[in-house]
Design a protein around this ligand. Structure first.
Ligand code: NOJ
Length: 571
């Protein structure tokens, strides 16, 4: 168990106690695609262990691993059939113990994924519930009567189609806000909640650093099951407001925290979408439900969407406002986890940089775009080497239910096949799930067998080995960024310093100062493919990071080159 020492910080009158995870650099692993150690084509825990030294050298100190529990893999692990067992395709429970131990030796903590909004339909509880709808297990799930052969209401599942599945020939339906193989748990049932807490504590006992907590804003449902006005041709309606952050969720979230996370002082990151900025304080920090939550403010922005294609700079300006607004509201309460990629999103380079501008400068600048903001930067596997989307020709080449659902949705709207594939290739989250590109050897060094998902053919060009000893590589730049964030003399400012937006009048520039006592760190990201000149208000004390070889100064003016990022300590 990590021990926290206490030090004081006053921002907006609020004291923040120092925690072991405050100056952390996180890394997310999608285990299926990270490293296969036994040639079955599927990444595994032993494969992760093989790369622990890589993380140590990068300067990573927390690793979040997507679910590795026993699962039929309908949603690639987010459908858990046994919370106590590691899925054999990933290894064994002993492998996980070894991973925790070996990571610990290198100063790295492991976060597991906690998926407690739903189980798999193969989970013993659900199987027993289906065998006997009067058993106690039936109340572990959300089962309701339909009416006149129709489901209890017309909510649409987040993954498409009705959110209700009929149970055999009965008039009863169970709720699943994701796939039908992921029945939602009934958090109103106290016995079930206690079982979940015990399970969480058993994992924490093993010495985990904590959890990333999946879909947690959905555990409370609005039990008014009336039909909503249809918002699509399917006659269904998005039930989002009726199963996201619904009033009363705070009771469950507080209880979860008190009975589990608090006992271990672990690091918890909630996957919480759609929290209004003014509500952030309920969700993160010392008094929040979680240590932190991910900032998803950019996830719907795609430079290839019609809306932005001709005005990418407008997109940057919008993003800038969103980022700064989140910073402002979180300030004084806690640290957000800052990401540009995860396993549910296409690759960041393809989302944010117009194709014709993709180069070393734009890629490094993108990496830095939110890295120095207040919060904890998380890197998604392959982001550090600039892994790219892998568009497919045919829908059959994809593997994920959401891709298929989106495809059929477009088709049912009457879109032409070639247009549909175009849209899918922009939207699909599977781009981030191609195997990690380690080398230019067979299968990019990911597996000796046949990879479960095709390796991106660009692996000969983009791989870790190629960038490892190249001081002008993206990987080398990530190492530098991490080293700057961890510099002892800057650490306090990166953790606690306020974020003060700068040069807001300059379009396409994301600039801010991190300020604490007498220290000021100025970060300027120029997202324009043109140079800009800005007036500095103080002298430069030290250039901490620069993706160009030089800084162009003319008295108090600084010329920032196309896609340049500079981080400077100011006098
Ligand atoms: C969010 C996860 O990130 C995603 O991959 C998963 O499909 C859903 N939750 C359902 O668990």
């Amino acid at each position: 168990m990590a021990v926290s020492q206490v030090y004081l910080r006053y921002a907006m009158g609020i004291k923040m106690n120092k925690k072991w995870w405050h100056n952390t650099i996180g890394y997310q692993i999608y285990p299926k695609s990270f490293q296969d150690s036994n040639g079955d084509g599927i990444g595994d825990i032993k494969g992760i262990i093989q790369h622990l030294d890589y993380f140590k050298e990068l300067g990573i100190n927390v690793i979040w691993i997507c679910p590795v529990y026993k699962s039929p893999m309908v949603d690639h692990g987010y459908d858990i059939s046994d919370y106590e067992q590691i899925d054999p395709s990933f290894g064994s429970n002993e492998d996980l113990d070894e991973l925790i131990l070996e990571a610990d030796k290198r100063g790295i903590k492991i976060l597991m994924d906690l998926v407690v909004n739903h189980t798999s339909d193969q989970h013993e509880w659900f199987q027993k519930a289906m065998e006997d709808l009067h058993s106690k297990y039936a109340d572990y799930y959300i089962i309701k009567e339909g009416s006149k052969g129709e489901p209890p209401n017309n909510w649409r599942s987040i993954f498409g189609g009705s959110a209700w599945e009929r149970i055999g020939n009965t008039n009863k339906y169970y709720l699943h806000i994701f796939t039908k193989e992921q029945p939602d748990l009934n958090w109103e049932n106290k016995e079930l909640r206690e079982l979940l807490y015990d399970m969480v504590n058993r994992w924490l006992e093993k010495g985990l650093g904590g959890f990333r907590i999946d879909a947690i804003s959905h555990i409370k449902k609005d039990f008014n099951y009336k039909n909503l006005p249809a918002d699509g041709k399917d006659g269904l309606a998005s039930g989002w407001d009726h199963f996201s952050n619904v009033e009363g969720i705070e009771i469950f979230l507080k209880e979860l925290k008190e009975k589990t996370f608090n006992v271990y002082e672990c690091f918890t990151i909630g996957e919480v979408n759609d929290v209004k900025p003014e509500e952030l304080k309920r969700y993160l920090g010392e008094d929040g439900y979680f240590s932190s939550i991910f900032d998803f403010c950019h996830t719907n922005h795609r430079v290839r969407d019609k809306k932005w294609v001709n005005n990418p700079i407008e997109m940057v300006n919008e993003l800038r406002s969103l980022l700064f607004s989140k910073q402002e509201y979180a300030n004084g309460y806690g640290l957000l986890c800052n990401i540009i990629e995860n396993h549910d999103l296409p690759r960041a380079i393809d989302r944010f940089i117009p194709e014709k501008y993709i180069n070393y400068y734009s890629k490094t600048m993108l990496g830095a775009i939110n890295f120095f903001l207040k919060g904890i930067p998380f890197i998604y596997q392959g982001q550090e080497i600039g892994m790219r989307d892998y568009p497919k020709k045919k829908i059959e080449e994809f593997k994920d239910p959401t891709t298929y659902n989106n495809y059929y949705e477009h088709v049912s709207r009457g879109d032409l096949e070639e247009n549909v594939m175009g849209k899918i290739n922009i939207e699909t989250r599977e781009h981030s799930r191609t195997p990690m590109q380690w080398t230019d050897n067979k299968n990019a060094g990911f597996s000796e067998g046949i990879p479960w998902f095709e390796v991106n053919p660009n692996f000969k060009e983009i791989n870790v080995r190629k960038q490892y000893n190249d001081s002008k590589s993206l990987l080398a730049f990530y190492k530098k960024m991490i080293a700057v964030r961890k510099r002892k003399d800057l650490e306090e400012t990166f953790i606690n310093g306020e974020t003060v937006p700068k040069y807001m009048e300059s379009s396409g520039v994301i600039a801010y100062e991190r300020v604490r006592d007498n220290q000021r760190i100025l970060v300027i990201n120029n997202c324009n493919n043109a140079s800009i000149t800005l007036e500095l208000q103080e002298d430069i004390k030290d250039v901490l990071l620069n993706n160009y070889d030089q800084i162009m100064l003319d008295q108090s003016d600084i010329k920032i080159m196309p896609f340049q990022v500079v981080v400077m300590e100011m006098q």
